[in-house]
Design a protein around this ligand. Sequence first.
Ligand code: NAP
Length: 278
Amino acid sequence: MSRAIALRSGGSMPVLGLGTWEMGERATRRAGEIAALRLAVELGMVMIDTAEMYGEGGAEEVVGEAVAGSRDKVFLVSKVYPHNATRRGVVAACKRSLKRLGTDYLDLYLLHWRGSVPLAQTVAGFEELRSGGQIRAWGVSNFDSSDVEELLTTPGGKHCAANQILYHLASRGVEWDLLPLCRRHRIAVMAYSPLGRGRLLRHRQLKDLAQRVGATPAQLALAWLLARPGVASIPKAADSAHVRECAASQELVLSGPVMAELEQGYPPPSGPTPLEII
Ligand code: NAP
């Protein structure tokens, strides 16, 4: 049974899922991507993170095919473009996403990043979708502390269930104030690019430590995130061996000395740090 985070809007969110950025872009990769998604779900990575932006709808179509027949086992997350995030635009964009995904509801729907549409409009659209049953919860992405604070004072804004942000071992700036703020308001944090887009895995010190504990760098990076309360992570892997490695991180428990070594190699922030955005 996969671990989960209780959401303030009710229900719960699995702590590990598969990302889909760069999926659905090439027909020659489609079968492999579908196989990777099905394998991930089978191995307990029961959350899938996608967006209307990924492959301009192509990733959602790949996900739709992968979960056909097993929709109920999966916690499905998608995101709306900021330019579609008006009250009516958000409802229309969700309808298009649901069609591509072949489902009639999303478990979580996020504003991909903040644009020029007033937050009150986007929240009103999200709330309409929530009461209509098309989404079970909504949240935001790439929101720094000041954005979250503004959201919490927007009508309906306190229903925000999650904030999806860049967070990994070598990018810990969010620990200064954003993570504590989200925790205080029971906003779940979804760590995106948890493997540093693959670059983190090439760090010599991570490779050495992984070898000593009998794990891989990816497993160490994910197990470190999994040990943090209220934080879920969504590595992307289209290669089946990578999926197996990521899924196995759920069984890796890091000892005190290993944690201490990671803290020393990848120290927490020593002051306020603006949120990094990809
Ligand atoms: P990531 O998950 O940090 O890294 C993905 C890269 O790592 C891929 O090249 C993948 O290769 C490789 N990889 C995966 N598992 C591996 C393993 N066990 N060993 C070695 N390499 C491995 O990067 P990401 O795609 O940027 O982030 C993950 C997800 O977060 C995205 O897919 C997306 O869903 C979400 N995201 C959201 C935002 C946002 O603005 N909200 C921004 C960025 C990302 P293969 O694919 O070849 O297996």
